[in-house]
Design a protein. Structure first.
Length: 190
């Protein structure tokens, strides 16, 4: 990049260089993506990893909010929660049993996975109970948790069973607000 800029500078007349700051001086003060755009390059947008992207999004929101109380911000707590989400989503084992109106999910794991299940499943059930007329209940087990989800109609029953445990866990747009609350140092489960 430096070689390209030097080659471009060599093509500029001396008067243009003497006139004031160059485009390079301006570009040196830009972030990398803006610099790439100014050079006509397409800047990548994918941050490379979903937890990193979620944290970056929350940090940007916190920085944009003049009311953010930085003495309470806890990005490490958000990172811990995102790690729990990863453990449950990728490493938990969920078995299903049909119950009247829905399904009961036995969710198990070992070590950190079991601990993550114990934190996430009861919290999700408490948050989602009653949403869209679905009833959620969860109990902790030695190696995870059991969550029962039932609906009010045959269509609800079919949907719950089709979604399975992992699909049911994704329901509700509370996740994003939940992440912001955790980062602000709040406990969204109480």
């Amino acid at each position: 990049m430096r070689t390209l800029l030097l080659a471009l500078a060599a093509l500029l007349p001396a008067a243009a260089l003497a006139a004031g700051p160059t485009d390079h001086d301006h570009m040196a003060n830009m972030d990398h993506a803006a610099h790439m755009a100014a050079m006509g390059e397409v800047a990548p947008t994918e941050p490379g990893q979903s937890a990193f992207a979620a944290i970056a999004e929350i940090v940007a929101l916190l920085e944009a909010d003049p009311a953010t109380d930085w003495s309470h911000v806890d990005i490490d707590a958000l990172r811990t929660h995102l790690a729990d989400m990863d453990r449950v989503t990728l490493h938990a084992v969920a078995t299903v049993a049909e119950v009247e109106g829905g399904a009961r999910f036995e969710v198990t794991g070992t070590g950190e996975v079991a601990d993550a299940i114990k934190r996430m499943v009861p919290a999700h059930a408490a948050t989602m109970d009653g949403v869209d007329g679905w009833h959620f209940s969860a109990t902790e087990t030695a190696d995870g948790a059991t969550m029962t989800v039932t609906g009010a109609s045959q269509a609800d029953t079919a949907k719950i069973r089709a979604l399975g445990f992992f699909g049911v866990m994704t329901r509700g747009m509370h996740h994003q607000a939940h992440h912001l609350m955790i980062a602000r140092g709040m406990n969204p489960h109480h």
